[in-house]
Design a protein around this ligand. Structure first.
Ligand SMILES: [Fe+2]
Ligand SMILES: [Fe+2]
Length: 312
């Protein structure tokens, strides 16, 4: 199925779906630097995920740990714990890709130190620069940011599960499995950050206004980090030798080939999120996500390891 095509058949009931981490592992030994052959722009635009997610998802877990004592609903509590387990695993697995990039002479610390500063200092446990907001309001603001980010991770997750163009372009199987295992878990837990925000974010208009504010902050900052990250990777790629620059034209060429999501797919996620009655349970296809997780080499190996450990 091509990207953008309607999803197959009725979806699964999202609410009843258990959210559990899968202890996956990937072997990066044979993955080339340009893991989509001859497509450095698409490769590096997707690689920005590896730059942002180790610190970003670690931060999700920290903020959720702060919020967990406020969760009184046992079902949400269970989902939040599953979400934390999944995001912690994502963070670690993407960090391994950064080690692999460094081994291929593409070090990333000069970029990731800024990402670390953003999540650890600017968005840490206390507001930066002694900004006068209450602890409750600071937590609610950060939860609204996570809910907005998770809108995009669900959209991207569903896209990568549908993007058969990546196989046709000869994309590395291990990288595809990482992206699709992660994407599938993003679709699987697409509602948890939103529900967590709604639960802890107060009520009425202030809660809705802060939700909108979260997206108003997240969308431009994410776009900026992405452009900066793709530019960094392309500029520092030893195989490109500084001869290529990240450009909108190059990006759009990759979009036209189906190697990156369209601007429309990404852009329409924003007004959808602004609807007062919005809930992410209909983002993407849970059925497609669950089907992929049943077939994913890494997820199957993790399930086998868990099964073997239980039997021994
Ligand atoms: Fe994730
Ligand atoms: Fe997520």
């Amino acid at each position: 199925m091509s990207p953008g095509a309607p999803e197959p058949g009725p979806d699964l009931a999202g609410d009843a779906h258990p959210i559990v981490p899968r202890r996956v592992a990937f072997d990066w030994e044979a993955t080339p630097l340009h893991w989509i052959p001859d497509e450095p722009t698409a490769t590096h635009v997707i690689n920005v995920l590896h730059l942002l997610l180790p610190a970003g998802e670690r931060w999700f877990v920290k903020v959720f740990k702060e919020g967990l004592p406020l969760v009184t609903d046992p079902e949400l509590r269970r989902d939040v714990k599953g979400f934390m387990g999944q995001e912690a695993t994502h963070s670690v697995q993407h960090a391994y890709v950064l080690d692999h990039l460094a081994q291929q002479q593409l070090p990333t610390e000069a970029y990731t130190k800024h990402v670390d500063f953003l999540f650890e200092k600017l968005l840490g446990e206390r507001p930066p620069f002694k900004v006068p907001v209450t602890a409750q309001e600071w937590l609610r603001f950060r939860l609204s940011l996570i809910a907005a980010i998770e809108q995009f991770t669900a959209v991207l997750g569903d896209w990568v599960l549908r993007a058969e163009t990546l196989e046709r372009a000869g994309a590395d199987e291990v990288m595809l499995d990482l992206l699709r295992w992660h994407g599938a878990e993003e679709v699987e837990h697409r509602s948890v950050a939103f529900d967590m925000y709604q639960h802890c974010g107060g009520s009425g208009l202030p809660r809705y206004a802060r939700r909108v504010e979260g997206m108003v902050v997240v969308a431009p900052v994410l776009a900026w980090l992405w452009i900066w990250g793709a530019s960094y990777l392309i500029r520092n790629d030893p195989r490109l030798g500084g001869r290529t620059r990240y450009s909108l034209r190059g990006h759009n060429r990759a979009v036209a080939k189906g190697l990156l999501p369209t601007w429309r797919e990404l852009g329409t996620a924003i007004p959808r999120y602004f609807r007062r009655s919005y809930h992410p349970s209909q983002e993407g296809s849970l059925r497609r996500a669950v089907e992929y997780l049943a077939a994913s080499p890494a997820a199957r190996a993790a399930a086998g390891a868990v099964g073997r450990a239980a039997m021994s």
